[in-house]
Design a protein around this ligand. Sequence first.
Ligand SMILES: Cc1ncc(COP(=O)(O)O)c(C=O)c1O
Length: 359
Amino acid sequence: MPSKAQQRYLLASAVAGVAAAIRIIRRRNMHTPPKPLPSNFPVTPADVVDAANRVKPHVHRTPVLTCNGLDELAGRSLKFKCEVFQRTGSFKIRGATNAALQAPENAPLVTHSSGNHAQALALAARSTGREAHVVMPRTAPAVKRAAVEGYGAQITLCEPTNAARAEAAQKKTEEVAGYFVHPSNEPRVISGQGTVAYEFLEQCADLDALVVPVGGGGLIGGIAVYAKWKRPSLKIIGAEPANVDDAYRSKQKGELVGHDDRDSVADGLKTLLGSNTWPIVRDLVDEIIIVDESEIKNATALIWGRMKLCIEPSAGVGVACVLSEAFRAKYPAEAYPTVGVVLCGGNLDLAKASQKLFA
Ligand SMILES: Cc1ncc(COP(=O)(O)O)c(C=O)c1O
C-alpha cells in the first residue's frame, strides 16, 4: 500500500499527465484540416503522397532526434529530422529515386550536381538498372566525387558555375540519349523531397514551424506543398547562406532573381531557385532567413559537439537560422514552442577535417 506522500505524488503525476495530453490534443485541433492548394504548382500534395509510397522500399524512414542542450540554447523544443542518416547521406535519394522509377525505360540518367544529388542519382540509377552520367564542378569535395564513382556513375568535370554545369549536362544528355534529372527543379524530384515532410508530420504532431535549408528549392518546395496542405497553420521557413541569397532576394523583390555567386561553406546551397520551385517558394514559404558564414560554421560545430552528429554545413544553415536573432524576433518561443529542423545531409570530407584535427 503506497504511503500518503506516494499517493499524493502519484496523483500529481497523473494530473500533470492528463493536462499535458489535453494541451497536445488542443494544439492538434488548432491545425486547420487539409484544404486544396492553388492548382498552379507543378507538384501537388497527392504527388508527394504517391512519391512516399513509391520510394518507401528504397529509402530509410529517418529518425527525429532531440537534444536538451540545443533546446536550452534555442529557448524552445527543437525536433531534428535526421536525413544525415539517409541512404547516400542526404535527403536527395528521395527525389532521385522518385524520378528514376518514372523515367523512360532503359534511358540513362543524366544530371549536374555539386555532390549529394549526384550520389543519390547514381545509386537510384544502379537500383533501377540504368547507367548514370554526372556533371560535377571541378571544385566538388573529393569525398563526394569518390562516392559518385563508387555507385558506378560516370563523371564529367566542369567549371564551378551554374551556367557551365547546365551546358555540360545538356551536351551529355544529347550524347547518350539520356533522361535529364534536374537536382531541384524537376517536379518528380520536388515531390520526392516532399516525402521528408510526409514522414516528419507523421512523427511529430506538435510542430509549430519547420526550418528547411534552401538551395535550388526542391527540398523546401516539396515540403511546403505537402505541409501547407496537411497542416496549413504550420510556418515554413527557408534558411539560406547570406553569400548565396537568391531565395531571400527573390522573396523580397517578389520576382525571381539570382545571387552574386560568392562562395559558401554550405556548398549544397549555392544553386538557384528555378521556374518550378520559385512559385512554390513565393506562395507557400512564409519567409527566408539568411545567416552568415560564421553562424553556419558555429551551428555546424554545435551539432557535432552536442549531438555527435556528423552534419555537413548545408545542414548547419538550418540550425544557424533557428538560433539567429532574426528567427527569435519573428517567431518567439512563446508562440512557436516546437520547431522542426531538417538536418538535410552529412557528406563531409572527413579525411580533410581529420587531417587538421590530428595535425
Ligand atoms: C545537404 C543538402 N541540403 C540542402 C540542399 C538544398 O536542396 P535544394 O537544392 O533542393 O534546395 C542540398 C542541395 O544540394 C544539399 O546537398
